[in-house]
Design a protein around this ligand. Structure first.
Ligand code: SF4
Length: 63
């Protein structure tokens, strides 16, 4: 499922419009079964459909 209210609060986008920044290289991302599979996010609880291609205001670059 998705967490619509938290997605909205952080302006989540399914496909990042910010070059070079996306969920796949965000420190908050919890990857899914493969690099292209949906995963989860530490700051959007209860959401299992976070896309590696996504982006939101809570982005923190993965070190
Ligand atoms: Fe994606 Fe935002 Fe979660 Fe980072 S904090 S994984 S950019 S939804």
């Amino acid at each position: 499922g998705t967490n619509a209210s938290m997605r909205k609060a952080f302006n989540y986008q399914e496909v990042s419009k910010t070059a070079g920044k996306n969920c796949a290289n965000c420190a908050q991302f919890i990857p899914g079964a493969s690099a292209s599979a949906a995963g989860a996010c530490k700051v959007i609880p209860g959401d299992s459909e976070i896309q590696p291609t996504g982006y939101c205001d809570a982005y923190i670059v993965k070190k």
